[in-house]
Design a protein around this ligand. Structure first.
Ligand SMILES: [Zn+2]
Length: 422
């Protein structure tokens, strides 16, 4: 196995559309450290986000470095080239030291017959009843099942190998963290599939630090988990067991951990994940989406005046350009347009009403998950009025920063890592 840069047991990926909240985000990690839990911050931005908003990977690097300096953060931190592949990785090479290799599009493409034959022959040793410590029932492994897994996933893992080697060749082995993601696949991976995917990653000599499977249920942007919580719990615990067993069996990095691409705000899962990783003594990488942007909108709405007028106009624009806003996110949103307030209704909102409709507080009657998703995907409209938007952010800086820090600390870090109610 090639050398790897390891990442600490706990890490959180934070997005920041406009790149201004790095220090405010990092203050949440400082607060966590003061309370005894060290979490590595990872600034992530995907190619999709960069192209929608007109930023470059160098901007994220500059933001992260500046935040670290401003907060005197002395621990490790990373800049994640999120969801890259061979076609998109090059522009991230210089600025990033964490690469999320996304091979979901390659799932189901067939590897060469000879590699499938070699792989399945190699995996024959697990045929029969495979016992994985921590999983009650043995997994039945038949030649047909192995063949099916190989046909579905082997090409994708080989593609991950090609991307990994491309990065390693340019940056040097052991200088970056490697994540492999399957979360944008059409269907969740079973624990058995995850086991054989990990086997294939090891055979491909990828020193994978985190792996992001697709979990059961919907991980929509900016709203809570939609799905069967009991089934998620069982699968998540089994995935942890699979990871521990696969590390020993295949010689994968000891620090290998699961990555949850949460899409943010999976509040109902945090207590479950907290308990499971504590019981298994396992690490976790939580990748959140760019909901820091929503905290900026909330800060402007709360300020009233021009700030509130700006975010009201933004919503009106968003409704008028719904299809365009929704298009890049169709698989990760569920907006019922009939449940959205009309732009006229929103225009009549007070500052407090706007904030309460948007802020993710499930106990609040006014909270509207459709409105929240709609605003979440409409950041491009603020980018179109960038100078006005940035000026407004500037004049409301301190209140926005406290929204940003509080959100990460209270709603995400506390319930997930400290086990306290969010
Ligand atoms: Zn993802």
């Amino acid at each position: 196995m090639p050398m790897t840069t390891s990442i600490s047991k706990y890490s959180v990926g934070i997005g920041d559309r406009f790149g201004l909240e790095g220090a405010a985000q990092l203050r949440a990690f400082l607060a966590a450290r003061d309370r005894g839990v060290t979490i590595t911050p990872v600034w992530n931005k995907s190619n999709r986000e960069h192209s929608l908003i007109g930023t470059r990977p160098e901007d994220v690097r500059a933001e992260a470095d500046a935040a670290v300096k401003a907060c005197q953060w002395t621990g490790p931190y990373f800049v994640d080239a999120d969801h890259i592949g061979l076609a998109t990785v090059d522009k991230f090479l210089a600025a990033s030291d964490f690469f999320t290799i996304d091979v979901a599009d390659s799932i189901g493409k067939s590897a060469a017959d000879s590699s499938i034959a070699k792989y399945t022959a190699d995996m024959q040793r697990f045929s029969g009843a495979l016992r994985i410590p921590g999983i009650a029932e043995p997994v039945t492994v038949s030649p047909a099942a192995l063949n099916q897994i190989a046909s579905k996933y082997l090409f994708a893992v080989e593609e991950a190998g090609r991307v990994y080697r491309h990065i390693a060749e340019k940056k040097g082995e052991g200088t970056f963290v490697t994540e492999v993601s399957f979360d944008e696949a059409n269907s969740p991976q079973t624990p058995a599939e995850l086991f054989f995917i990990l086997a294939a990653l090891a055979r491909e000599q990828i020193p994978v630090a985190t792996v992001a499977p697709k979990f059961t249920g919907e991980f929509l942007k900016g709203i809570d988990y939609v799905g069967d919580i009991k089934q998620f719990t069982r699968e998540f615990e089994e995935d942890l067991a699979v990871l521990a067993f696969a590390k020993q069996t295949f010689g994968l990095p000891a620090s290998l951990k699961l990555s949850i691409h949460s899409g943010s705000d999976k509040f109902s899962l945090y207590p479950i994940v907290h308990r499971a990783i504590e019981e298994a003594d396992a690490g976790i990488h939580l990748k959140t989406a760019g909901t820091t942007w929503l905290e900026e909108v909330i800060g402007l709405a709360a300020a009233g005046g021009e700030g509130l007028a700006f975010v009201k106009a933004l919503y009106r624009d968003a409704c008028g350009r719904y299809d365009e806003m929704a298009k890049p996110y169709l698989t990760v949103i569920a907006i019922d347009r009939k449940a959205l307030p009309t732009p006229d209704q929103v225009d009549s909102f007070s500052a407090q009403e706007y904030v309460e409709t948007l802020e993710h507080n499930q106990a609040c009657k006014r909270f509207n998950i459709h409105f929240r998703q709609m605003v979440h995907i409409s950041f491009k409209l603020a980018a179109e009025k960038r100078s006005q938007y940035l000026a407004l952010l500037g004049s409301n800086r301190s209140s926005i920063e406290s929204h940003v820090s509080e959100n990460i600390l209270k709603r995400h870090i506390e319930p997930l890592f400290l086990g306290t109610a969010g």
